[in-house]
Design a protein around this ligand. Structure first.
Ligand code: AP5
Length: 191
């Protein structure tokens, strides 16, 4: 299995690059944000709960997303590998992911961290907000999401650096140029 975490602040391009990774390597894309938005749209109990956090730019509690991921990995355990997009988002989620994968004698192979400065992130998300209808793409919620990223999510970079699998990549430039850099890192891994 090849298990990649695509990591970065809101708007850094995780979803965009994940699509290209799926096409290139045939991995299973797992976006916790997308799963939660589907639950909100379907007005499920989980969706109602998730919406109360997501609309404020806060993280949905660890126990909820970890359980969600655990059952998804069990269901999809025969795939070639996963691209985790938006998960993990806290150190406890990072620890839980390794534990879930270890049940199948697997672990995360690489963490691709897309590095983009705040000004560009805000600009991208405000632009998307004008067309996407995503309730969290407004200035106030974008700023809250960025604070949450620096406080709760960015410590994972150190967590993965210590494990020797963090690859920091410049996330500014064209989508194709950024993808080529990611591709080089992954090709080296599977050589
Ligand atoms: P999630 O859906 O994961 O959103 P996010 O992390 O805020 O990320 P985005 O989807 O906004 O950005 P992205 O990095 O994927 O960039 P994208 O490719 O879309 O999470 C949403 C919420 O769900 C969270 O706030 C939280 O509440 C909850 N949640 C999710 N996972 C959770 C978890 N594990 N634990 C707890 N809570 C969780 O690109 C953004 C824009 O930029 C697009 O318009 C795109 O076209 C554009 N763009 C992309 N690349 C470039 C480029 N190179 N140059 C110019 N523009 C570009």
């Amino acid at each position: 299995m090849l298990n990649i975490v695509i990591f970065g602040a809101p708007g850094s391009g995780k979803g965009t690059q994940s699509e290209k990774l799926v096409a290139r390597y045939g991995l299973q894309h797992v976006s916790t944000g997308e799963i939660l938005r589907d639950e909100i749209e379907a007005i499920t109990e989980l969706g109602k709960l998730a919406d109360s956090y997501m609309s404020k730019g806060e993280l949905v509690p660890d126990c909820i997303v970890i359980d969600m991921l655990d059952s998804l990995i069990e269901k999809k355990k025969h795939v070639k590998g996963f691209i985790f997009d938006g998960f993990p988002r806290t150190v406890p989620q990072g620890e839980a992911l390794s534990k879930m994968l270890s049940k199948h004698e697997e672990d995360v192979n690489a963490v691709i961290s897309l590095e983009v400065e705040d000004e560009e992130l805000i600009d991208r998300l405000l632009k998307r907000g004008q067309i996407s209808g995503r309730s969290d793409d407004n200035r106030e919620t974008i700023e809250a999401r960025l604070k949450v990223y620096y406080r709760q999510t960015s410590p994972l970079k150190e967590f993965y650096k210590e494990r020797g699998i963090l690859k920091e990549i410049d996330g500014i430039g064209t989508v194709d140029d950024i993808f080529r850099t990611i591709e080089k890192e992954i090709d080296q891994l599977i050589k």
